[in-house]
Design a protein around this ligand. Structure first.
Ligand SMILES: N=c1c2ncn([C@@H]3O[C@H](COP(=O)(O)OP(=O)(O)OP(=O)(O)O)[C@@H](O)[C@H]3O)c2ncn1[C@@H]1O[C@H](COP(=O)(O)O)[C@@H](O)[C@H]1O
Length: 103
């Protein structure tokens, strides 16, 4: 199983789990808004690492971003598969062509 799929399955399994034994359960229990806020914080940390060209930290923060993205999606009952299907739909369409089609 792909690491991201495995992570999404683990995160889904944490819904309703004991917040004292699972960080994910603790985060989900705080609600979708808090999960979204946390994702934003982690994204900013990744942005700073990228802007500073801090390669090691960028890898670390990018992993945090992916984890918190999966948690934010789970908090709103959006599956990773739905997001991957949207990406697959876009495959082969250049962003330039897509933007031009939007007029
Ligand atoms: N990938 C992660 C993952 N990435 C980050 N984190 C946690 O997210 C938290 C980040 O929150 P904070 O930014 O507040 O913590 P911090 O970075 O120490 O704080 P600052 O100094 O940045 O303010 C940390 O406690 C990290 O341990 C994660 N917690 C869990 N996972 C995955 O989720 C699975 C299930 O985890 P549990 O739900 O805890 O069992 C794990 O097996 C992992 O695969």
């Amino acid at each position: 199983m792909h690491t991201l799929d495995q992570l999404a399955a683990t995160v889904a399994s944490r819904k309703g789990a004991d917040p004292d034994s699972s960080w994910t359960a603790k985060l989900l229990a705080k609600g979708p808004e808090k999960c979204a806020e946390k994702f934003g914080e982690e994204a900013i940390e990744a942005i700073i690492a990228a802007a500073k060209n801090d390669r090691e930290n960028l890898v670390y923060e990018a992993a945090d971003v992916l984890y918190h993205l999966v948690v934010m999606l789970a908090a709103r009952d959006v599956s990773l598969d739905e997001v991957l299907a949207e990406l697959a739909r876009r495959e082969g369409t250049s962003g330039i062509a897509e933007k031009a089609a939007r007029g």
